[in-house]
Design a protein around this ligand. Structure first.
Ligand code: NAI
Ligand code: MG
Length: 355
């Protein structure tokens, strides 16, 4: 089993160090770890945010674990040299079209949510966001218009793109509570009409999953009104970008949420994927030992589940994390004083005790 590790910038290396300790504690057989540079650190060492060597390392691995990129010292660089380009290029070069972002409330943490505790308690959802298409990848440009300079971005989805992400969504729902909400704007957008018709067609292959459709504006409202109604939310790149950030805010802290980006490449043990906390490099707290490593540790759990076929190890990590999050070992993001290493210690301690 080969895992490529890309710690990146800011708090990336700090949180990845804790995830690595957890990985080592599992003592997996025949595990090889490779470490590569991405982001600002890669720019400084190699003159580019995603060196070819790093990309090749990801291609040769069964899974990749990513910290975060973003370095204020690089803010003035042209777009192609900025650290954030590394993650965008990795996703497109590796064909990672499915972004999975689970968001679940933790008992004892409701007070940290921006929602009322009784509303926050019910959150247990998974956003399945398409990552390689939509308005982000359509033609775009600037033209002179009657109202002055005019920017335009083309939004499109074809049936093939919708079908492959829909299958991921339905299969995820089958493993959860068997409910899928497809989010679109089919009352106005042609893209969404094709999206909805294709999702309905794919749904025939999953008769055990209950499908419903929601317009994105209503979905945004429902997410803060009663998030407990959602199981799997299947949506496109743009709507998914917005709704997944919104879902994470409902839980409590950005330091708790993990993500997986999957493509079509199969490995010996599962599907190749890139796993990362949803947070960025947090330059405001970098180097201070204040970062919560839970999101990185949960990203490792997703890696074990989806790319290495090690469901039982993934479950153990998640149970250990849940214990720690419910305990009084809390980082600054959750109103506590525990350091990155102390939270890591607590997870390791809990891991030894859970089966
Ligand atoms: P951010 O997620 O880095 O930080 C937002 C706020 O949350 C900050 O106050 C930070 O201290 C806090 N925070 C984030 N992660 C935390 C953790 N694990 N524990 C405790 N507190 C945590 O987002 P921001 O500030 O918008 O961006 C900072 C840099 O990161 C930028 O350069 C941005 O482009 C980059 N970025 C990179 C991402 C990636 O690598 N995938 C994703 C988002 C942003
Ligand atoms: Mg976003």
């Amino acid at each position: 089993m080969k895992i490529a590790i890309f710690p990146g910038d800011g708090i990336g290396p700090e949180v990845i160090a804790e995830a690595k300790r957890v990985l080592e504690a599992l003592s997996l057989p025949q595990l090889s770890l490779f470490e590569g540079d991405v982001g600002g650190i890669a720019y400084r060492r190699h003159g580019m945010p995603l060196p070819q060597e790093t990309l090749e390392m990801a291609r040769a691995a069964d899974a990749a674990l990513f910290g975060a990129v973003g370095d204020p010292a690089c803010d003035e660089l042209p777009r192609e040299h900025r650290p954030e380009q590394a993650i965008l290029s990795l996703r497109s070069e590796l064909g990672l079209f499915a972004n999975l972002r689970p968001a679940a409330g933790y008992p004892g943490l409701e007070d940290m949510s921006s929602l009322k505790p009784e509303v926050a308690r019910g959150i247990d959802l998974l956003v399945v966001r398409e990552l390689n298409g939509d308005v982000y990848f359509g033609e775009k440009g600037e033209r002179a218009g009657e109202g002055g300079r005019e920017g335009w971005d083309a939004m499109s989805y074809n049936e093939t793109e919708v079908r492959r992400i829909a299958h991921i969504g339905f299969q995820a729902a089958q493993k959860r509570r068997k409910r899928l909400t497809s989010v679109d704007k089919a009352n106005v957008l042609e893209t969404s009409r094709i999206w909805r018709e294709t999702v309905i067609e794919v749904a025939r292959e999953y008769p055990d999953v209950q499908l419903d459709h929601m317009y994105v504006d209503n979905a945004a409202m429902q997410m803060v009104r009663s998030p407990g109604q959602f199981d799997v939310i299947l949506t496109g790149n743009l709507f998914g970008d917005i709704l997944s950030d919104q879902a994470s805010a409902c839980v409590g802290s950005i330091g708790l949420l993990a993500s997986a980006s999957l493509g079509e490449r199969r490995t010996e043990f599962g599907t190749f994927g890139l796993y990362e906390p949803i947070h960025g490099s947090a330059p405001d707290i970098a180097g201070e030992g204040k970062a919560n490593p839970v999101a990185a540790i949960l990203s490792l759990a997703m890696l074990l589940r989806h790319s290495l076929g090690r469901e039982s190890d993934a479950g153990r990590i998640e149970r250990a994390v849940a214990q720690v999050v419910a305990s009084d070992v809390r980082g600054a993001d959750l109103g506590g004083t525990a350091s990155t290493g102390e939270i890591g210690d607590a997870v390791l301690g809990a891991l030894a005790a859970v089966s």
